[in-house]
Design a binder for this molecule. Structure first.
Ligand SMILES: NC(=O)c1ccc[n+]([C@@H]2O[C@H](COP(=O)([O-])OP(=O)(O)OC[C@H]3O[C@@H](n4cnc5c(N)ncnc54)[C@H](O)[C@@H]3O)[C@@H](O)[C@H]2O)c1
Ligand SMILES: O=C(O)[C@H](O)COP(=O)(O)O
Length: 544
């Protein structure tokens, strides 16, 4: 029988997304919006998937009530400030959003807010419907040839810049993470600092995410850098602008006007800005268009289905999205790194202190996809795979691509990545080095042209094997007859050896044996193997 998955939709999303979930065989959907926290805690353990917008806070406390069942949180929209991605990652939960689904809605709302602020449209409207024909009080601010400063030239910032160019504005931007070429292609002049931008422009519009770095990025000092009579627009996130400082600058007349869609605390029905004459506010409506709500709901529903049904999916802000986006040659390395990690993890019997992953060859200089996702600890995806592989033999189910780096960090393991453009013997290779208090172990792997992945070095032994578990690996004194005894023990246990390789130490006193065993060697057989005279140590590498 097909596996059944339960999905909870806890915020209002378009019916189209709900229909998509409902039509998918094996998916049961409950739409329960406006639940109290207690109600949510009481039911969340019944669900495999959770679909939200910005009203449901997915924090540690909620995640603690999931009892390990929840596999995916899908955000119908962009902002993830209501989701504790790290806490979800530690639990192995995929967090995904739909960052492109409402870009144009937010862009158009920005333009609407900007124009409304320039012409004080809401106030003029209220005056007329109040029975006054007042044409004098509303002298507008023309955008033509004025200077617009875009803070954050990402998806929405870029689209706003394009539209502002349509109004023949001179557009400037501040965004330390984008290339000058991208700005130039948009006809935008990228400035080197926020201060420089503020000193240059007449209008600013914010389009950054809310991060520790952007929180409070515009305060009293920054507002003072703007020319008198400037206009400020924020359709991005509350908290980017200090609301009290914005209030004071509007009140003093330093600013001509502000247009604000997002607030420190939402719902913002008693916000300090609401009493001002020269401010235009909307209740977080940036994404509220029919088209964008259908977009984000359908996108999130499809991706949640894909996660639950183990299909390739997009939009995850933690590691799995990386895997599905990797080019084929990188994918082979990703799988190899995990298998190599598993070999080392199976051979290590004490606490790991350091783990280094060394990438050799120009292949790893290539970009493997846009870094708009949150790879845990910002590691290379292959490193994440390696860490998962290392931890798995000791943790089994408790480790995932998402949680592995966090588990390592919590255990105090120092993780280091190194890239070396030249590779001497192979076009490219990956080395994993693991240090414990008493030993250092290392493994090197490469991928040959025909996508054949091999381990080419294990500790100090040159080897050549496919790290496909289950395997038996042993180190032994180099003596006559030992291999025969090992093979006999394996044969007696009904193990059919599919590949065997013996690799001598360069000094010739010891050797390393690698056996692909087809089935895992039992604990009892391992004990007997370890007792064979000359065997220094034997390890089983299990597939699960
Ligand atoms: N009001 C709404 O309803 C609504 C709707 C959609 C999106 N949003 C918000 O709009 C914002 C932008 O969304 P997006 O899709 O364009 O995101 P994006 O990730 O495409 O772009 C954000 C840009 O900000 C830049 N940035 C990051 N830190 C910066 C800093 N310190 N200084 C300057 N630039 C910085 C990034 O480099 C990036 O280019 C987000 O906060 C999002 O949550 C609001
Ligand atoms: O981050 C977003 O996508 C927007 O701020 C929209 O949020 P909402 O889905 O709560 O309207």
């Amino acid at each position: 029988m097909e596996q059944q998955f339960n999905v909870l939709v806890s915020d209002d999303i378009s019916e189209k997304g709900i229909e998509l979930l409902e039509q998918e065989p094996g998916i049961h959907v409950d739409v329960k919006t406006k639940l109290t926290r207690e109600e949510l805690y009481a039911i969340i353990a019944n669900y495999d998937g959770l679909v939200t917008r910005s009203m449901t806070t997915v924090d540690q406390e909620l995640l603690d009530h999931t009892s390990g069942r929840l596999r995916v949180v899908g955000r119908a929209g962009v902002g993830l400030d209501n989701v504790d991605v790290e806490a979800a990652s530690k639990k192995g939960i995929v967090v995904l959003n739909t960052p492109t689904g409402n870009t144009l809605a937010a862009t158009e709302h920005t333009m609407a807010m900007l124009l409304a602020a320039c012409r004080m449209i809401p106030k003029a409207h209220n005056t007329l419907v109040g029975g006054k024909w007042d044409r004098k009080s509303f002298m507008g601010f023309e955008l033509y040839k004025r200077k617009l400063g875009v803070i954050g030239l990402g998806r929405i910032g870029s689209q706003v810049a394009r539209r502002a160019r349509g109004f023949e504005m001179d557009v400037y931007a501040y965004d330390p993470y984008i290339l000058k070429d991208k700005a130039e292609a948009l006809g935008v002049k990228l400035l080197g600092s926020l201060d420089e931008l503020l000193r240059t422009v007449d209008v600013i519009t914010l389009h950054t995410p809310r991060t520790p770095e952007t929180l409070g990025m515009i305060g009293k000092r920054e507002l003072e850098l703007l020319p008198d009579g400037a206009i400020v627009v924020n359709v991005a996130r509350g908290g980017l602008i200090n609301e009290k400082d914005l209030h004071d600058a509007l009140k003093s007349g330093k600013l001509r006007a502000a247009a604000v869609d997002v607030f420190d605390k939402e719902p913002a029905t008693d916000n300090i800005l609401l009493g001002l004459d020269n401010v235009i506010v909307t209740p977080h409506l940036g994404a509220n268009t029919d088209a964008s709500q259908i977009n984000v709901a359908v996108m999130v529903a499809q991706q949640v289905i894909n996660v639950l049904k183990d299909r390739d999916y997009e939009g995850a802000v933690n590691i799995p999205s990386v895997l599905t986006k990797l080019a084929d040659d990188f994918r082979v390395y990703f799988e190899l790194a995990e298998k190599m990690g598993k070999v080392l993890g199976s051979m290590i019997g004490e606490a790991i202190e350091e783990c280094s992953i060394v990438y050799r060859g120009s292949l790893f200089d290539r970009e493997f996809g846009p870094r708009s996702f949150d790879v845990p600890l910002n590691l290379m995806p292959f490193s994440v795979a390696a860490l998962k592989g290392i931890l798995e033999p000791k943790m089994q189910e408790g480790v995932s691509y998402i949680s592995a780096p966090y588990i390592m960090r919590e255990r105090g393991v120092a993780i280091e990545e190194k890239k070396i453009s030249q590779s001497r013997d192979y076009l490219s290779s990956v080395e994993i080095i693991v240090k414990t208090e008493n030993s250092t172990r290392s493994i090197v792997g490469t991928v040959f042209e025909n996508a054949m992945a091999r381990v080419i070095r294990l500790d100090e032994y040159d080897v050549d094997f496919n790290p496909e578990a289950p395997m038996l690996i042993f180190k032994n004194q180099d003596r006559n007859g030992l291999i025969g005894e090992v093979a006999t023990l394996l044969g007696e246990a009904g193990i059919n050896i599919s590949h065997f390789a013996l690799n001598r130490h360069p000094r010739g006193e010891t050797a390393l044996g690698v056996v692909n065993t087809g089935v895992a060697v039992s604990a009892e057989l391992l004990t007997r193997l370890n007792r064979v005279p000359g065997i220094m140590n034997a390890w089983v590498i299990r597939s699960r």
